[in-house]
Ligand binder design. Structure first.
Ligand code: AMP
Ligand code: GLY
Length: 427
């Protein structure tokens, strides 16, 4: 099979790394890829949003299966465009990707079909939004409707903060068209978890749990990022919870999407709050998590390619996935200043020494080659990943590897996985 991975981050490196190990693959391309991905795939310099060029490339190279990593090309309709040219695609259609592309769509769908989520209302007018927050009371959450690079949801501790969020989005247009409408919802309390399911539109197959770390600093301090690290498995989250989430959230959502004429195929990412009253959906994403995919790919046992192909072609899923019993962790090394402004082009040293450690795999996210030297090219630069006999061992190895790598301004969290290590196994 001839495959194309679309995207250039750590998630796409992890997917390409796993795909490249499949005996089914005769040729693997990535667009645009990155220097890490270039070790396992041939990179074509086409941006993930360049729909015309990607479609022409896939047709010319007789791609059998395209695997789309990021949400933006999916919400722009890349899957539809490729399918029109006869290319099987792992990733939802434009109509189905609305589940991530529009929070208003997702919330209204959940309300219509009884999928559990926070109480909410939708506003385009600031005056009405301000009146509503006064009926709801603080704390509450104000969310931009469209894609906002992970910055579109503001948890407001006071009415003054809510007024400011409403002003910024509806009047200040800080998110442009993505903030023309806002969802305002009640603030939920509980443990936040992510749940991933592969689906062909009817059946759903859960992936193992992986826990992300969104805030930039240790102890969950500081502003939110795309994710500073992840680990799998999560000792407190097991098969019972997976079954409950399939039954109460995933299956009703897939039925709802089918009933709306938007069958959902690909990876469904459900962000949830486990409240005292049961699980509640915070958001849907229409693609794999980044960095959660990195530890998951280290743990997935068996061939990923037949699974992706079966989903893409609607051919039915196997009854279950197999996971290695070991634990895996990814520690993200970030540029100085990230998630705010940061410089790029800083030379990276020590990768080879880090990769010598047994069990270590380093996934590239924001890297580039300049005159033959590896340099930084993004906020999240590398995902130092390790597989270990247990989480403690994986964490120790990953941090040993991270300590061998350096670039100017580099920073990373020192507590990835600590929450699980401190807590006895439960549910
Ligand atoms: P979202 O993009 O909708 O997932 O929101 C980003 C983050 O905001 C989530 O990961 C949660 O930490 C937080 N959040 C979103 N909605 C709520 C809510 N209703 N209650 C509490 N926290 C929330
Ligand atoms: N790690 C969070 C996300 O992929 O959205």
């Amino acid at each position: 099979m001839r495959l194309l991975v679309v995207g250039s981050g750590g998630r796409e490196h992890a997917l390409a790394w796993k795909i490249a190990r499949s005996p089914e693959v005769s040729k693997l391309y990535a667009a645009p890829g990155n220097p890490g991905i270039a070790r396992v795939a041939e990179c074509a310099p086409i941006k993930a949003e360049a729909l015309d060029d990607l479609t022409a490339f896939a047709a010319r190279e007789r791609i059998d299966l395209a695997v789309v990593g990021p949400e933006l090309p999916l919400t722009l309709g890349l899957a539809d465009r490729l399918a029109d040219r006869g290319v099987a695609v792992f990733g939802p259609s434009r109509a189905a990707a609305e589940l991530e592309g529009s929070k208003v769509f997702a919330k209204e769908l959940m309300a219509k079909y009884g999928v559990p989520t926070a109480r909410f209302a939708v506003f385009a007018e600031a005056v009405e939004a301000r009146a509503y927050v006064r009926t709801l009371g603080a704390p509450l959450v104000v969310k931009a409707d469209g894609l906002a690079g992970g910055k579109g949801a503001l948890v407001c501790r006071s009415l003054a903060e809510a007024d400011e969020a409403i002003r910024a989005m509806l009047e200040g247009k800080v998110f442009g068209r993505a903030g023309e409408r806002v969802v305002i919802e009640e603030c939920l309390e509980g443990e936040e978890v992510s749940f991933f399911a592969l689906t062909d539109g009817e059946q759903a197959l859960p992936l193992a749990f992986a826990q992300d770390h969104k805030p930039v600093f240790d102890g969950d301090q500081g502003p939110n990022t795309g994710g500073m690290g992840a680990y799998s498995p999560v000792p407190t989250l097991g098969e019972r919870l997976a079954d409950e989430l399939l039954e109460t959230v995933v299956t009703p959502t897939l039925r709802a999407m089918a009933a709306e004429g938007r069958p959902y195929r690909g990876l469904l990412y459900v962000g949830l709050m486990l409240t005292r009253d049961g699980p509640r959906v915070l958001e849907f994403n229409c693609r794999f998590g980044d960095p959660e995919t990195q530890p998951l790919m280290l743990r997935l046992d068996g061939d990923l390619v037949p699974l992706l192909a079966a989903v893409a072609r609607g051919e039915g899923l196997p009854p279950r996935l197999h996971w290695r019993p070991e634990a895996a962790v990814t520690v993200v090394l970030a540029s100085g200043g990230y998630p705010g402004e940061y410089a790029t082009g800083k030379p990276i040293a020590g990768l080879e020494a880090a990769e010598e450690l047994p069990g270590v795999v380093i996934f590239h996210a924001g890297t580039a080659l300049r005159e033959g030297r590896l340099v930084t090219a993004g906020g999240r630069v590398l995902g130092v990943s390790a597989l270990g006999a247990d989480l403690e061992a994986a964490v120790e190895t990953a941090y040993e590897a991270a300590s061998r790598i350096s670039f100017e301004g580099m920073h990373y969290r020192r507590d990835i996985g600590q929450r699980a290590l401190r807590r006895p196994p439960g549910r």
